[in-house]
Ligand binder design. Structure first.
Ligand SMILES: *Cc1c(COP(=O)(O)O)cnc(C)c1O
Length: 442
């Protein structure tokens, strides 16, 4: 299919995600572009005419080592010749065993039991269900409510929306949802004059403490996105919040669920974001980057203590949740190949240099008089733009015109590149972003 045919047939037959389809209509004066992609290689996506785009948001935060990565491709080709998939109830296979062991080892073997699903929202729901069921099995049935942070995002199925506090995704479905309790976010942008990010974290933790003090008998778990609340607009906070939340969860007998679907797998600078606070959660949700951006896969890791509460002669005390593609062999193999690259290439150390380089190149943007709160955590860089509500879409179009895939959330521009960004790529990206900003502000 050529570009034109691909676009026409896509608009007729494909209902695109997170999209008001009418905005793609060509009749409108400023239609939202729909970009046809026929090929990917490394950082670049190509259309049928050979036009290219640098994927600076890792295709919705999933791609870690570039498109059509030769090492992940080779692992998948090998796996295709052995086993594509097998039912994981009553059966097992090498990729799922190896992946579980390696992920547990990455948590210092504190989270030694891995449960699998296919997407992030399902991982959230698994963690919520496991926490609730744990308290049932432990004879504490009144502990059945959840606490989430203001602006938190944990997926968009009806169950995951219960702990998601992003109005645009949640409000239309409010009557369907058993909404969680929402406590203040430690978002460092809320710092008042003279306040540090750690001060904001302590303020938010004090609110959490007051909430637990009054309600802990009814609370099963607190769910957080450690260090960076992605869909809130890359809202970043000090690790102090996680340290204090861990202490409070212990004191009030509440599970701590770390949703590292976006910030895990090296994105925050450490392999897991919670490591920067020196804590471990009771449940850890992973997805997005875990398969290198190749195949849908998610997992929830938990402790011996949680696992033991389900281990019983009674079937109904077990965790009977299931998905058809649970522990898919190809997806697990892609994840193993992804972990191999972390080991072989010293990725975390090299990412520090990559992040520093991009941050330095973006310094003129950070100093721009319309730019607020330039911030970075590992391989996530973001800033807010003081502009009208149409800015985000204009910036997206202007970036595409400069061969860049950058997709602001509201007026927040962010960079979340694959971990293969070279110096020249970073220079190209920073220059294009600066030009797109000027054009979108006009
Ligand atoms: C993307 C995301 C989810 C949801 O994952 P899906 O695979 O899109 O369902 C949940 N939590 C966080 C923090 C995310 O970034």
């Amino acid at each position: 299919m050529n570009n034109e045919e691909l676009l026409r047939r896509s608009l007729a037959a494909v209902w695109h995600p997170c999209t008001q389809m009418k905005q793609h209509e060509q009749a409108q004066s400023t239609p939202l572009p729909l970009v046809p992609v026929v090929r990917g290689e490394g950082l670049w996506l190509y259309d049928a005419d050979g036009r290219r785009y640098l994927d600076a948001i890792s295709s919705w935060w999933v791609n870690l080592f570039g498109h059509c990565n030769p090492r992940i491709n080779a692992a998948l080709a090998d796996q295709l010749g052995k086993l594509e998939h097998v039912i994981l109830a009553g059966f097992t296979h090498e990729p799922v065993v190896q992946l579980s062991e390696r992920l547990s080892a990455l948590t210092g073997n504190t989270l030694g039991h891995c449960f699998y699903a296919s997407d992030g929202a399902s991982a959230t729901e698994i963690a919520l269900k496991m926490s609730f069921h744990y308290w049932q099995n432990r004879g504490r049935p009144q502990k059945r409510e959840f606490v989430a942070l203001a602006g938190g995002y944990h997926g968009e199925t009806v169950g995951a929306l219960a702990v998601t506090d992003v109005a645009i995704f949640r409000d239309a479905y409010a009557p369907l949802i058993r909404a969680a309790h929402v406590v203040p976010s430690p978002d460092a942008r809320q710092a008042e004059a003279g306040e540090s990010a750690a001060d904001v974290a302590r303020r938010a933790a004090a609110a959490l403490e007051a909430f637990f003090e009054a309600n802990h008998e009814r609370i099963a778990a607190l769910i957080v996105e450690p260090l960076v609340q992605g869909a809130a607009g890359m809202a970043m906070h000090d690790p102090e919040y996680l340290r204090l939340a861990r202490t409070l969860c212990d004191r009030y007998e509440v599970h701590l669920i770390c949703d590292e679907i976006a910030v895990g797998c090296g994105r925050s600078g450490t392999f897991f974001a919670h490591e920067q606070a020196g804590i471990r959660p009771d449940f850890l949700c992973l997805s997005k980057g875990i398969s290198g951006g190749y195949l849908p896969l998610s997992t929830v890791l938990t402790t011996d203590q949680v696992y033991a509460a389900f281990y019983d002669d009674a079937t109904a005390r077990g965790f009977l949740h299931s998905h058809s593609y649970t522990g898919n062999a190809l997806a697990c193999r892609a994840a193993l190949a992804t972990l191999d690259i972390f080991d072989a290439d010293d990725v975390l150390a090299r990412n520090r240099a990559r992040g520093d380089k991009l941050e330095a190149l973006l310094a003129p943007l950070a100093a721009h008089d319309k730019v607020r709160h330039f911030r970075r955590r590992g391989m996530i860089l973001a800033f807010d733009v003081d502009a009208d509500a149409g800015f985000g879409r204009r910036f997206y179009r202007e970036a595409l015109a400069r061969e860049l895939l950058l997709r602001p959330m509201g007026n927040t521009v962010y960079f979340m590149p694959p971990y293969i960004l070279g110096d020249d790529d970073a220079t190209f990206l920073a220059a294009g972003a600066a030009a797109a900003l000027e054009a979108a502000l006009k």
